[in-house]
Design a protein around this ligand. Sequence first.
Ligand code: KG4
Ligand code: ZN
Length: 334
Amino acid sequence: MMQTVILGIETSCDETAAAVVVDGRKMLSNIVSSQIDIHREYGGVVPEIAARKHVESISFIVQQALKVANMSLDDINGIAVSNGPGLVGALLVGLSFAKSLAFAKKLPLMGVQHIYSHICANYLTDETWQPPFICLVVSGGHTHIIEVADYNKCVILARTRDDAVGEAFDKVGRILKLPYPGGPEIDKLATFGNATAVKFPKSSFEDSLDFSFSGLKSAVFQYLQKNPVSTEEDIANIAASFQKTAVDILVANTITACKQKGLTSVAIAGGVAANKGLRAAITAACSENNFSLHLPNIEYCTDNAAMVASGGFYKYKLGLFDKYNLNAYPSIDI
Ligand code: KG4
Ligand code: ZN
């Protein structure tokens, strides 16, 4: 059978990434150049710097992805690129590059929505994993519970009403004076902190599985004002307590969504899906409820282009090609 080889390109935030994936499932290369060290100095991503760094790296990263996959552009069947949501200046770099390549080589172009591509990370680690399932998408910009009814049919069941959970991790990290981004730092500290040391409030809404994390972030801030921390143990206890509170809400609402929809398969996606506490808690909850669970490999959780290529493949299969004048959309729903 003929194989479909997709080149994926991702520049929605602070990672310049390119990948080659066969049939939406088999990763041949996955090159990610992170700008985190540059943005850390400013305590967060500086959009203008992100865009400029993408311009400097994109050509080399795409060449690397082809080289590692042992392919040339002549072996590629289509080009998939993130075109939103994200930082518009950053998105435009990858998009312009992808459009130029597609135009020059007369290849189909598939714009891939960024949250959708995070969900597709799950197809890269298990060749048999398929819809329907419920996906908890947790990243720096989004917190969604999504019913993945089919490869190209996603329905948002719940979303955050304020901060994304990754954003809450990063803000709490800043409050605790940890390096940027706070998420992985809190994850590390939480492994030796006591998660029951501080009781933080859990938010919930009547008749809705929506999330709210800004109150939790403020609760950590207020706790620290009243109880200044002195030891590393104190900080680890706060990190562990905050993480457990956030994770408990994410897991509880995901399980309820499954029950409401009569679905018994669960996946997670996005940068926060790398979190050890979340992975352990969702594993325990799924086994308790006899649900099947898929956890994507860590390398596919944070921003990468293999997930974009996978998402592009499922558009390619349906002939859902975009025109070469495709635009970038900083906020576009799945
Ligand atoms: O998906 P992603 O790479 O970019 C967006 O699309 O936003 O997610 C980045 C987010 C950041 O907020 C980062 O702190 C968080 O994912 N993150 C983590 C972990 N690794 C990354 N949060 C908690 N625990 C982690 N291990
Ligand atoms: Zn992302």
